[in-house]
Design a protein around this ligand. Sequence first.
Ligand SMILES: Cc1cc2nc3c(=O)[nH]c(=O)nc-3n(C[C@H](O)[C@H](O)[C@H](O)COP(=O)(O)OP(=O)(O)OC[C@H]3O[C@@H](n4cnc5c(N)ncnc54)[C@H](O)[C@@H]3O)c2cc1C
Length: 413
Amino acid sequence: MSKNAVVIGGGIIGLCTAMALSRRGIEATVIEADSAHRAASWGNAGHVAIEQVEPLASWPMIRSAPRRLFSAGGALALPIRDAAKWLPFALRMAGAAGRVQAGRAALDPLLAGAMPAWRELVASLDQRSWLKETGHYVLWESAASAAAGLDAWRRADTGTARFRPIDDEERAQLASLLARPPAGGIRFENTGQVADLKGLARVLEENLCSAGGTIRTARVTALAVEDDTARAVLEGGEQVTADLVVVSAGVRSGALMRSIGVHAPIIAERGYHLHARRSDWPDLPPLVFEDRSMIVTRFDDGLRAASFVELGDVDSPPDPRKWQRLRTHVSALGLPIGADAVEWMGARPTLPDYIPAIGRSRRAANLLYAFGHQHLGLTLAPITAGLVAAMATGAPAPLDLAPYDIERFAKGR
Ligand SMILES: Cc1cc2nc3c(=O)[nH]c(=O)nc-3n(C[C@H](O)[C@H](O)[C@H](O)COP(=O)(O)OP(=O)(O)OC[C@H]3O[C@@H](n4cnc5c(N)ncnc54)[C@H](O)[C@@H]3O)c2cc1C
């Protein structure tokens, strides 16, 4: 039985995993490079998106790319400077599009278990009010996009999520708040939202420390394997050993896995947000403005508009045109997000088939991994943590982990 674990990366996946391990009696040390909580885990849209069962690696998605480009007014950016990153990714994504059924089958059980796992997590943290299970809206601004959008959602696999057209009362409330009343909309009824992401980070860290865990600020530069045992190598050369090493470093997990010869072709799918700290916006569930590919979420500490899928290098500088575009959208919609809104950019960790990597490595008996959660890392963090904890303790896996094996990319995928 493992007594201790090193968890590399203290984003939502790493912290939830460390908590789950410590609750099972395994002393967990999280090694986190950035104590300022700037990662995607804390800058995302807060949506518990159990409806997103259709993998984004699909032919309709790829075919629609030209009209979704930033240059055409859309949210997809393929910067020329980062072509060496996104070209090979796009080719692999096209390959994965031929396996869309398998992708759906892989995401479906994770998303079906996501909300129960979230309920359990917030109850264990004594923060039930942070999980709002009040659904979300999807809105359209023209009759044509409303008809097409509704039709697309009706044909989509939405797993356990349910939706219905918005009713008159909802339509009137939205019309009173927005400069452009929606031409149509649907209300998902049982999706959710996390109300305070920074608060969640703080409470997870506090709970971990009071359960005997540790948060250590340091950067892991590589993994090393000897005698079937993995170690984390820190900047400066120190090597950290433990009964278990868990890689959950978001988009930087690819480089760590590469250091021991594992091919994990992860890309930074960069997104941007504007966050207005104070706002008199009512306590509404998240609003997805589908024509603009933008989600607007009311958090406990303000109102956030998020958008963009910019495929590229995690370390490339942000593109200020993305914030300008967000400002154009919020002003066109009359949203109370003003000039003083905080600008943020962060990276979704995405594998070409849009399926996360969760498993035990074949390169070292003590090496587990959980990364590549793409647009769904917040949604899937508690269930992922439960799966890693089951592996760590030898408990029967609640579901078949074969689809999440990172070695699927060893076959040239
Ligand atoms: C604009 C936007 C909106 C989003 N909205 C949603 C949403 O509504 N719902 C949803 O479910 N998901 C959403 N996502 C996706 C979600 O945020 C990610 O899937 C999730 O944050 C991934 O979590 P993670 O812990 O794997 O990675 P990260 O959040 O990137 O955390 C990884 C951590 O590891 C640390 N780290 C990295 N390398 C090292 C190293 N070598 N040594 C030590 N530490 C290291 C980093 O500093 C970081 O803190 C959104 C993402 C974006 C960008």
